[in-house]
Design a protein around this ligand. Structure first.
Ligand code: CAA
Length: 258
């Protein structure tokens, strides 16, 4: 499928999605969110994809937020619908993806852009990246899950500081407070992400998917994560990956989960 706002490249079981609106610092308009939804669903449906990677086109930004020009005249109802639609079509989809998702933050990750990165499972930021949730400076609050995911990632005190000051932090500061997993030089980004992806690829896709589900259960209101873990642990025993993984151990060879 041909997209207008994103570029999709599939290579060695990795589904690389580049948000491609560099003249708007890759701001997320409705059309881009719909295209991302389609692409991520496509990746999920393929039996060969082992990792979904998101990044931004151009030199300056990962994503500089929701498209302010698009929502500037919205009513209360339209505002709520924007947040609801975006969260359901994109942000929840990424967080609940059975395939690991990685955000390569290659510049500004602001507002909806940082929220997009936070919905991914792993975040790597280049040293020049600037991150923040500046929504209150516009008279709104983060609407793509930012108040929730930031709090989970960095704790309530830091989340309140980051959101109420609307200030940008460097990649190093983001690493120090647990907001990103790694920082690296721009030229090291692809080697570092490849290293992580290669490790993921050696492991059981079926177990990885259940591990993600179980970890997410820890943060789901009204759900007992320990109970989910017990159930999913049991389910692993009926998978082909479990047979392969344990047989490989007994036969003193590397497992082949492909
Ligand atoms: N929405 C729409 N357009 C945006 C944008 C955004 N979030 N961010 C940048 N752009 C556009 C600019 O309007 C500009 O377009 P024009 O040339 O047509 O004017 C172009 O991208 C380049 O941007 P700048 O000229 O501003 O670049 P800069 O280097 O001077 O500044 C920046 C960079 C500091 C990131 C600045 O662009 C900026 O502050 N952007 C807005 C960041 C922001 O507030 N994000 C939160 C959005 S609200 C949100 O995300 C709500 C939610 O949670 C759902």
């Amino acid at each position: 499928m041909n997209f207008k706002n994103i570029i999709v490249e599939i290579k060695e079981a990795v589904y690389l999605i580049t948000i491609n609106r560099p003249n708007h610092l890759n701001a997320l308009n409705n059309e881009t969110i719909i295209e991302l939804n389609i692409a991520i669903n496509q990746a999920q449906k393929s039996n060969t994809t082992r990792c979904i990677v998101l990044t931004g086109a151009g030199e300056k930004a990962f994503v500089a937020g929701a498209d302010i020009k698009e929502f500037v005249k919205y009513t209360k109802e339209e505002g709520e619908a924007l947040a609801r639609r975006g969260q359901e079509q994109l942000f929840d989809l990424l967080e609940n993806s059975a395939i690991p998702t990685i955000a390569l933050i290659n510049g500004y990750a602001l507002g909806g852009g940082l929220e997009l990165a936070m919905a991914c499972h792993i975040r790597i930021a280049t040293e020049n990246a600037m991150l923040g949730l500046p929504e209150v400076s516009l008279g709104v609050i983060p609407g793509y899950g930012g108040t929730q995911r930031l709090t989970h990632l960095v704790g309530k005190g830091k989340a309140i500081e980051i959101i109420t000051t609307a200030s940008m932090m460097t990649a190093m500061e983001a690493k120090e407070c647990g907001l990103v997993n790694y920082t690296c030089k721009k030229e090291e980004m692809s080697d570092l992400s490849e290293k992580i992806i290669n490790k993921i690829k050696q492991n059981s896709p079926q177990a990885i998917s259940k591990a993600i589900q179980s970890i997410n259960a820890c943060l789901t209101e009204g759900v007992n994560g320990f109970e989910i873990e017990k159930k999913l642990f049991g389910e692993c025993f009926q998978t082909k990956d479990f047979i392969e993984g344990t047989q490989a151990f007994l036969e003193k060879r590397k497992p082949n989960f492909n």
